[in-house]
Every structure is written in C-alpha cells, then in structure tokens.
Design a protein around this ligand. Structure first.
Ligand SMILES: Cc1ncc(COP(=O)(O)O)c(C=O)c1O
Length: 390
C-alpha cells in the first residue's frame, strides 16, 4: 500500500491554499506556488507526534542524542557525508539562518553575490540587511542552466564581494550542481576570500540519476563556509520549524554561538525535533514514493507542453520539486500575471520574483501535489491560450 496520501488542505490555515491574498491580491486560485507538499507526512512522523501529544505535557524539551544520531546517519547513508555532532546547530528556518549568518559575517554595505534567478529570500536577505546585492545570471540554454564562471569571478572582483549564498540544488532552475561545478565555485570563493553559505535544503530531492554533493565533501572549505539544511522540504515539515546548521570550523562556530547567545534562539520546539528525528530515522520509503510522484508530475508537464505548446520551455528537473517554465513563446511578459490569475485561475510563483523583470516570462510550478492538480494547471494554461485571448 502506498505510504503517500494527498490531503485537501483548503481551510486548514495553510499558506499555500488559504493565504493567497498577500502575494496575489485574491483567494481561490489553484495554488502551485509555496514550496511545501500537499501530501501527509510519513506515518512514522504522525505516530511520533501523536505519541508526544498524547502525553499532554509540553514543557521545555531536552534534545536527545537520538535526534542528532538520526540526522548524522541520514547524511552518511544518503549523501556519504560524515558530519559530526559538535558541528550541528539549530535554527527555526533555513531562511532565518542565512539572514543571521549574513548579519554576523558581513557588515552594512558589504557586497553579497547570488546566482540568478534564485529563491527570492536570498535577494531579500541581502537587501533587508542593507548589504549590496550582486547578481551573476546563470546561462540559460534552451532551459538548461549553467554557471558563467567568468562573470561570477568578474563580479566578485569588481564589487569586492565578501559573501556568496549558494543554492544547491538550485531553486528555481532545478539544477543539481555537479561536483566539478561546485568545486569551481568554491575555489573562486577561496581565491577571492568570499565567505559561502551553502543552502542545501533541497538536497534529498534529486532525480534521474543526479546526485547531490554536499559542499563540505568537495574539499577543504571548512574555514570559509557554513551549510544550512533541514528536513522541511524532504518530509514536508516546514511548519515544524526545525533546521540544521553545519559549522565544522571552530572559529565560525564561535561566531554563530556568540550571535545566537545575543538573540537567545539556541533551540527549537519539541514538535520540530520529534518530527525531524522520526522522519530521518524511518522516512526512507515515503520519500522514495514522493519522489516518484513528483517526477511523474514533471514528465506530465514536460511532455504535455511539448506536444501541445512546444514553444513553452520546461527546464530539466534534476532536483527540487519546483519546475521552472519559460512561456515567452506564448505570452508577453507583461500579460503573464493577468493571464495566469484572471484567465487560468492559478497561483504560481512569478519569474520576476526571482531576480527581476528579465525573468518575467517564467513561472515556477510546485509539483508536490496530486497529478489531478498538476493536470488542471497545465490544462488551464493550454486551454486559455487556445482561446487566443493573448
Ligand atoms: C533554497 C531554499 N532555502 C530555504 C527555503 C525555506 O527554508 P525555511 O522554511 O527553513 O526557512 C526554501 C523554501 O522554498 C528554499 O527553496
């Protein structure tokens, strides 16, 4: 029997289905935006949480060794990464963590580089903290994205960049960077004394033979890098707010510890730890099935557009459950929002959120939902375009 169950989340106070007004100005759209899943979490997680809830006492939690063991074993078995207990720190979210790190590793006005298009909180982490945003666009070759290393290095030099926020695997381009690509990036950062935050939150969601390489496994970058990850994307636990920060270098760990001592956020709530531990210990089969569903959804999107609207370019999904789609052959960028919302009744992430107007012909579609929802979304786009309105 399948371990993965679709759940109708409407009217459950969930942001994706019930909180569209903030970003879209209205409710009632078919949502394939926010990066969480419309699937119930692994049964082992529900069981662990239910057992805890049944106790009826929710006082201060002592994080057991078994939590760390579950995470470390997962990293070793899934990614060949021999992380160590003493490297690990807590934060309620990966976004929160890379904002904190930016605050203690850089100063106001310092330049921070990102590879665009990129998950928009990267951009906000720079600008909200009054750092200077430097972008190096990925090279888009018929939907396949690669890194322009020359541009990356040039921008670092010209702007005296002091920090790089790396998205590995990459949201929204769907790339699982190869070891070679990562090594080139990290070596350039080493050469120019650029500190690296490696956001590996999507590391468990890789497809079709693509393998994620943890940045720390590539070489000796310990004194210039912090990795941030979480079980939240992998096991649909974002609401539990439990992320793992990996800091092998003692000096950098000291900086982190000093910073969090100042804000007094050194540990999280019991539910997050319990959910994460159960998932890392027993969530393997559930994840395998979820990945199959996501990949089938991706193939459906790709093949259907290829057959019916071949101008639409669907980027290869090597990793993440976020599908990056270029619609410029069919819709003018300035018409995208009206077309997708008013005509198709869809809530998708708009391309310009990921780095500006030059990405306005793109959308990002969340594939971690039922096949029916994905079919509805794709059909809506094809049918509405068929009316010739745009
Ligand atoms: C690259 C990346 N980092 C971080 C997050 C969110 O992390 P958190 O919910 O732990 O703040 C996302 C969610 O989509 C993401 O894609």
């Amino acid at each position: 029997m399948s371990q993965v169950t679709y759940f109708d989340r409407k009217n459950t106070n969930c942001n994706k289905w019930d909180g569209q007004t903030g970003m879209f100005g209205e409710e009632g759209l078919l949502p394939l935006w926010v990066a969480d899943m419309d699937f119930q979490v692994p049964g082992c997680v529900t069981k662990a949480l239910s057992d805890y809830v049944a106790q009826g006492v929710y006082g201060y939690y002592h994080v057991p060794d078994s939590y760390y063991e579950a995470f470390l074993t997962w990293e070793r078995e899934q990614h060949g990464f021999e992380a160590r207990r003493e490297w690990l720190r807590f934060s309620p979210g990966v976004v929160c963590a890379f904002n904190w790190i930016t605050q203690f590793m850089t100063g106001p006005g310092d330049a921070v580089i990102v590879l665009t298009p990129v998950y928009y909180p990267f951009l906000q982490a720079v600008t909200n903290n009054h750092r200077r945003l430097v972008t190096s666009d990925l090279v888009n070759t018929s939907g396949e994205y690669t890194i322009d290393f020359e541009d990356f290095e040039q921008k670092i030099i010209e702007n005296h960049v002091s920090q790089f926020i790396l998205c590995s695997p990459h949201n929204p381009a769907g790339r699982v960077w190869t070891r070679d690509e990562l090594k080139k990036l990290l070596d350039l950062c080493r050469k120019h004394h650029v500190f690296v935050i490696s956001d590996e939150i999507h590391h468990d969601l890789t497809f079709a033979g693509h393998t994620h390489t943890p940045s720390f496994c590539i070489g000796d970058y310990e004194d210039m890098m912090i990795t941030v990850t979480a079980p939240s994307k992998t096991f649909n636990l974002a609401g539990c707010q439990n992320s793992v920060i990996m800091i092998p270098d003692e000096t950098l760990r000291g900086k982190w510890d000093e910073y969090v001592a100042g804000i007094r956020v050194t540990s999280g709530n019991a539910f997050g730890y319990i959910a994460a531990e159960a998932a890392y210990r027993d969530g393997h089969e559930w994840l395998r099935e979820v990945k199959e569903i996501i990949y089938e959804n991706y193939l459906f999107v790709k093949n259907t557009f290829a057959e019916e609207l071949p101008g639409i370019v669907v980027s290869p999904l090597e990793g993440t459950y976020l599908c990056w789609i270029d619609m410029k052959a069919c819709i003018r960028p300035e018409d995208m929002k009206e077309f997708l919302q008013k005509k198709c009744r869809l809530a998708l992430d708009y391309g310009d959120w990921f780095g500006g107007e030059r990405f306005a012909s793109f959308v990002r579609m969340n594939l971690a939902t039922s096949k029916e929802n994905v079919e509805k979304a794709v059909r809506a786009i094809i049918d509405e375009l068929g009316t010739g309105y745009f």
